[in-house]
Design a protein around this ligand. Structure first.
Ligand code: AMP
Ligand code: MG
Length: 487
């Protein structure tokens, strides 16, 4: 029999960094690996062979039972502020197999999450439960389809083992694909425990990986900082525009690449409310929907502090440069958000009064407890049913103002609505549908609910007839939706 080649092409540059940044450790084999979900289109994009990955040898790799040629498994070291408190962390239940280079020359991290204990596991078992890994798969793929930078999910494998949480749960390993796993916390770690040379090596690696050409700028580390700040401003604006609540924006969960990472207690907001929190442990609302832009700035300030020694030999000058870069964040964020909101209302041009028009709509949505996604979906379709908001006279007045504003655009009304369709998703991964898909898969081994859901989520701007059911709201419940870190 001919053994199929999966197509792994590893070139592991992170593993060439100083030893301080990682520990070499292999995944712990699992008893009975079985492929639960596989991402065909991502595999194709990565130049990987589906048949080979689905074979016994291929699944063994995705489970951590076999190390493919060229991989150099390691756990990354990092630190982070968790709910405001600084601590040493590191990959406690994940292993980086290596950096895979795709046929088009793109470099991605291939990481197994839930792959067993590492030197950074502290008290944890290094494992992950099936439910949360499927959840990460669904939400990260939905985010990607929405056009939001994110890590992606190649596969979920069940382990044939159970793990102990509050109850016994089926174990799983997720193959996560990221343009890198460098975090704000990786730089905090280097600044706290590394030498200046080690910090510089990390920064050079980040520049080479994410911002090529940066070496030629006058101050490459300032350039790095400015780029990360711009990417995070853009990312968090996109979260706000679709109503995504990350849930645990600790500095170890904020990437340098500008991708969304770590889908733990995340969820999409139904009713528009700035105070929306889903995480059961976020009792203070630190990571509430309306607080995310502010927390983004807070986290970036931690990155700035970590990079100070590289910005200038003179500490005063370094601080001045850093402050100037950081001051850009709120301006950039607001510009991205405002442009995004304009697009949601079909506006391509900027006018003085647009901010007020948007704020007034959001104010009405809040007052009438309108569903965030469905409000914009209704504006896009011109179908105003099923929400108290649409019966309010203030809304009709607002609608008239908006129509007047639209008529001042130089493009046609059709083009404006086209624009809206591209910016207002018809479907998002609503919590009750995510839970439904997970329950079928985890409790009954039925993946068809999830597969159907994933199909609808794969093209959220299609406005296809099959997507209509996913716009339906959950039945009213007196208990707010809660997510758990699910580790
Ligand atoms: P997270 O909340 O997933 O961002 O994880 C925060 C930190 O806890 C990271 O260092 C993880 O590697 C670690 N961690 C989470 N769950 C486990 C686990 N079951 N075993 C070991 N470490 C874990
Ligand atoms: Mg994390």
């Amino acid at each position: 029999m001919i053994k199929l080649d999966a197509g792994w092409t590893f070139d592991n540059r992170y593993a060439r960094l100083p030893e301080r940044f990682f520990s070499r450790v292999s995944p712990t084999p699992v008893r009975a690996p079985k492929l639960a979900v596989f991402n065909r289109s991502l595999a194709e994009e990565l130049g990987l062979n589906e048949e080979a990955l689905r074979s016994e040898a291929g699944v063994a790799v995705l489970a951590g039972n076999r190390i493919p040629d060229g991989a150099e498994p390691l756990a990354q070291a990092y630190a982070g502020h968790q709910f405001g408190y600084f601590t040493m962390l590191g990959d406690g239940r994940a292993v980086l197999l290596g950096e895979h280079v795709t046929p088009s020359g793109k470099r991605v991290d291939i990481q197994l999450k839930g792959s067993g204990r590492t030197p950074y596991s502290r008290g944890g078992d290094g494992r992950a439960a099936l439910g949360p890994m499927l959840r990460e798969y669904i939400v990260s793929e939905a985010m990607h389809a929405l056009g939001i930078p994110t890590t992606r999910s190649l596969a979920v494998v069940t382990t044939g083992e159970t793990i102990r949480r509050e109850t016994e749960l089926p174990g799983a390993v997720l193959t996560r694909v990221a343009s890198s796993h460098l975090r704000v916390g990786t730089f905090q770690y280097a600044a706290q425990w590394g030498t200046k040379e080690e910090l510089r090596a990390l920064a050079d690696y980040a520049l080479e990986r994410h911002f090529p050409g940066g070496e030629e700028t006058e101050n490459r580390y300032l350039f790095l900082l400015e780029q990360v700040i711009a990417r995070q401003a853009a990312l968090i604006a996109k979260w706000q525009l679709v109503g995504f609540v990350h849930g645990v924006m600790n500095t170890d969960n904020m990437t340098i690449s500008g991708e969304t990472i770590d889908y733990g207690p995340c969820a999409f907001m139904d009713t528009y409310d700035l105070k929306t929190v889903f995480s059961s442990i976020d009792t203070e609302g630190r990571y509430a929907y309306g607080n995310q832009p502010y927390i983004g700035g807070w986290n970036l300030a931690r990155l700035v502090e970590s990079l100070l020694p590289l910005l200038n030999e003179d500490e005063k000058k370094a601080v001045a440069l850093a402050q100037e870069a950081l001051d850009q964040y709120p301006t950039l964020y607001h510009r991205y958000w405002l442009d995004g909101m304009r697009a949601k209302l079909g506006l391509a041009e900027a006018q003085e009064g647009d901010g007020g028009l948007i704020a007034d709509l959001l104010g009405l949505m809040e007052e009438y407890r309108a569903d965030y996604t469905n409000t914009f979906r209704a504006l896009t379709l011109g179908e105003y049913t099923g929400m108290a908001l649409f019966d309010a006279s203030e809304f009709r007045e607002w609608h008239e103002r908006w129509q007047t504003r639209l008529s001042q655009e130089s493009v046609s009304r059709e083009e404006a609505y086209e624009r809206m369709r591209r910016h207002n998703p018809a479907v998002i991964p609503r919590n009750h549908r995510v839970e439904e898909a997970l329950a079928a898969a985890v409790d009954d081994g039925d993946y068809s609910v999830m597969e159907r859901f994933l199909k609808a989520l794969a093209d959220p701007y299609a406005y296809s007839p099959e997507q209509a059911e996913y716009a339906e709201l959950p039945p009213p419940s007196d208990r707010p939706y809660r997510t758990f870190c699910g580790t």
